[in-house]
Design a protein around this ligand. Sequence first.
Ligand code: G6P
Length: 361
Amino acid sequence: QAAQKDGYKHFMLKEIFEQPKVIRDCLTGRIQKGRVVLPELDALDIPGRLTIVACGTSYHAGLWAKYLLESWARIPVQVEIASEFRYRDSVFLPGDLVLTISQSGETADTQAAIRIAREAGAPILGLCNVVGSSIARESDSVVYTQAGPEISVASTKAMCSQMVLLLLMTLSWGVRKGVLQGDILERCLHDLPLLPDQLEAELPTIREKAKTLSQGYADARSFFFLGRGLNFPLALEGALKLKEISYIHAEGYAAGEMKHGPIALVDQHFPTFAMALGDELLQKVASNLQEVQARGGRIIALVNPGAAPAVEDPWVLPDMWGPLKSFLVLPAVQLFAYEMAVYLGKDVDQPRNLAKSVTVE
Ligand code: G6P
């Protein structure tokens, strides 16, 4: 096993650092002559409505994609936790497509969702990492994520690969429907291939900052992770990663929802990890963070140069275009959790009570 870690101390760290390669592999052959190449989708009608079903980290990737699919492909999207979906009496409509997202392709709840979709007569698209897995076999069409084997129980690179493919799916459907603006397509297809090198250059710096900050906050018993828009699912993922491997309680929340209850918890012992990047929601997030500060809450905030709200611990990430910012936010929250777990002496790759793939209910 030591050899497979390629000199990294843990599989989780190795897999976080593999993300530039993962993006490269996911893009290989997928962009040609200014077009997205996804023949797996061409076999299916453009969905009138998309129901994304998944668990855990894969569910967060689905939530992230909802923002893009609605905005750029104008497809109504609902994102469902598989264990809820399977026991609800969901309404299916003509034109529905069910998209299951699963790294392992073996998660029992997600498999059950496929059976329900099948009974309702809805076509099923799988987004899976493991070739030939149950979910891949049971779907009508499969897009593979090309992330390579993921060993660490806490999922990292799989989410990165899912996000790349979901972005490409959005572009593909947006073009087929004729609703995607040309400048968005052009910008995406131009910037995406540059992303792996940019991320590769940034990862060591992100890790260093994660290490320093995690040590400064290692006495916290609870954390909020806050974001809005595309950063809301990433806040959920940041909280999940911290819980999974450091056993620190963390809650991911939509920053604008804090005022409806959770803010009552904030004091100097309950820090916040915020996503306050230079996007169209920055001013809204900044005012949410002021509310936290007014109650004595300490804040770490991922920010972009020149656009940072005044917080105790700004964490500057280079600016990227639009949704590509997310590909830096993701390793930042992953590495924060990783460094926290290492500092606290936890078993990073085999956290207590968790399994890599949950094949029973
Ligand atoms: C388990 C793992 C998580 C993973 C979830 C869904 O709970 O510990 O890391 O996100 O299953 O797995 P899947 O293979 O369906 O993506």
